[in-house]
Design a protein around this ligand. Structure first.
Ligand code: ASP
Length: 373
């Protein structure tokens, strides 16, 4: 900055004393001032970095892999290790994008794709089965910087439904596309598809057989299937991610196979903007998991945002109120992850457990499953 002071003094001096070198134009002092001023910005990379870092937001990524009856007693050490490994990989993958200056929407998409590709979670490969023995997947993404959103519902052939949702957001003028139409749109946009056999998972198939004779739909991560058939194995899983990037922008995304034994083209909360997925830089980014019908009726994700926007609640208070009070009163089982623009996190759930995790600037991936950890 001292160079600019020198220029300012030079201008003042020249104002009183006309240029000693008459070959110089009279605007020379002003030009010199700007040359010096700009050299401060461009020719001093060390100072430039210092000032940029001051304005940068510290990135944060939070993920979930579904909430439900997740009890330590019904978990084997191998199974737990496998879940933790995928959650860890998802956090690392998403965070590597954020730490390089990538966007929050890139990070949530990448984090979710890792979980969609794993059969452990009820999204993408390993999605639950409908009553008719099909996979019908839903996904949504929202960009908190401009309130743009995209979603797909009831798609059966898309390898990574979250990527399809992003294409709807960025390559169409619509927000939600369903079934065959959504698949045609994906084909046009060269989004990767897979045959039905890719999505097949034996445990999910057995879950459907356990419940098929009943009129019930079932959350993938509930013990009611076991109560019906006295089975002990259960897998869990809708997946979601919320992120804050270096520019201070928020994004949210959610992906799911929905509920086992669902019929008649049932669609859950996940692709409904404001119910299972929502992001707004002014408030927070939210991704939910649980019994979708309750989450739709309680407009869960937007309710958390509204409590912050209109009532001035902090993200933790707002999220707790919706999940532990409003949803409990309605009888809705599940949870959510929420993140505000300052990097504050909330991960409440009213079920036994929720696969969840977060990663901040220390780059340590924190993964939790049960109530205690
Ligand atoms: N919310 C999802 C649905 O109702 C289910 C889940 O979270 O597992 O479709």
């Amino acid at each position: 900055m001292h160079q600019s002071y020198i220029s300012v003094s030079y201008i003042l001096y020249q104002a009183k004393n006309p240029p000693f070198n008459s070959n110089l134009p009279s605007s020379a002092p002003v030009i010199l001032f700007f040359v010096n001023f700009r050299s401060e910005i461009y020719l001093n990379p060390f100072r430039k970095n210092l000032s940029m870092k001051k304005n940068e937001t510290k990135p944060v990524l939070v993920i979930h892999g579904g909430a439900g009856t997740i009890l330590k007693k019904s978990m084997t050490p191998e199974k737990e290790k496998a879940y933790r490994a995928v959650l860890n990989e998802s956090l690392k993958k998403g965070y590597s994008i954020l730490s390089k200056g990538g966007t929050a929407k890139d990070a949530v998409e990448a984090a979710i794709r890792v979980m969609e590709d794993s059969p452990l979670f009820n999204a993408g490969k390993g999605a639950v089965f409908t009553h008719d023995g099909k996979n019908e997947m839903d996904a949504a993404i929202m960009d908190g910087s401009n309130l743009m959103a995209g979603a797909v519902a009831g798609v059966s052939t898309i390898k990574n439904p979250v990527t399809a949702a992003r294409a709807v957001m960025e390559k169409s003028e619509h927000v939600l596309m369903v079934g065959k139409g959504a698949e045609q749109f994906c084909e046009k946009n060269k989004i990767k598809t897979e045959k039905a056999s890719y999505f097949f998972d034996q445990v999910r198939w057995d879950q459907l057989q356990s419940i098929k004779g009943t009129e019930k739909t079932q959350m993938d991560h509930s013990d009611k299937i076991e109560k019906i058939k006295k089975k002990t194995d259960s897998k869990f899983g809708t997946v979601g991610a919320v992120a804050l990037d270096k520019s201070g922008n928020l994004a949210a995304a959610t992906s799911t196979g929905g509920m086992t034994n669902k019929k008649f083209g049932r669609v859950g909360d996940c692709p409904i903007i404001g119910a299972g997925t929502y992001a707004n830089n002014k408030t927070c980014a939210v991704s939910a998991t649980g019994h979708g019908e309750f989450f739709i009726r309680a407009v869960v994700a937007y309710d958390v945002s509204s409590l912050m926007e209109y009532k001035g609640l902090k993200v933790k208070k707002a999220a707790e109120k919706v999940v532990m009070k409003k949803l409990v009163k309605l009888g809705g089982e599940g949870g959510l992850i929420a993140l505000d623009a300052k990097g504050n996190i909330a991960m409440p759930f009213n079920s036994e457990g929720m696969y969840r995790g977060y990663i901040k600037s220390d780059k340590i991936a924190h993964v939790m499953i049960y109530k205690e950890n």
